[in-house]
Design a protein around this ligand. Sequence first.
Ligand SMILES: Cc1cc2nc3c(=O)[nH]c(=O)nc-3n(C[C@H](O)[C@H](O)[C@H](O)COP(=O)(O)O)c2cc1C
Length: 179
Amino acid sequence: MKIMVIIAHPHMNSSRANRAMALELKQYADVYCRDLYQEYPDWNIDVEREQQLLLQYDRIVLQFPFYWYSCPPLLKKWFDDVLTFGWAYGPDGDKLQGKEFIVATTTGGSEKAYRSGGDNWFTISELIRPIQRTITKCNGTFLPAFVTYNVSQGSDAYITQEAKRYAEHIHTSMSVLAH
Ligand SMILES: Cc1cc2nc3c(=O)[nH]c(=O)nc-3n(C[C@H](O)[C@H](O)[C@H](O)COP(=O)(O)O)c2cc1C
């Protein structure tokens, strides 16, 4: 399975978790990892190129730090620009049909905070529903997310362990992830 990881982190240089995750993936030949903020410092996304890349991969991972209960804005712009009518959805908009998508995100908040009654009220699954619906509107298959919680409190050993768990998660088959 060919996997493309699209990273959207505005401050990758000061990142702990997302940087460790990206580094971990370097050892996998089947994973093509890219960084939107590095590739498009002017935010001028090359739509044609992005669409051509999407066609070449079976599984697309959207990796980002959780910012205000959502993704950083360049990834939102990527959805807006790349998932076009007649290509990703609408008449003949079937180019993402059958492709698998996984959200991989990191949070400052603890896992306990992300539950009904907890500090953040909602689970990550609930909070990423707009992304889930974006993908399913485009006939993609939305698989369970990977989440590393509590990054600011986590030790280096925790971050390293989570990066390994991340690599495993994105290599796990749909049947195992979804059931
Ligand atoms: C602008 C901004 C918004 C953030 N919003 C949230 C949030 O909504 N929930 C949360 O748990 N953490 C939030 N955080 C914390 C980040 O998610 C956390 O620092 C990041 O996931 C750590 O990953 P990194 O080491 O790769 O930067 C926010 C941080 C910033 C800078």
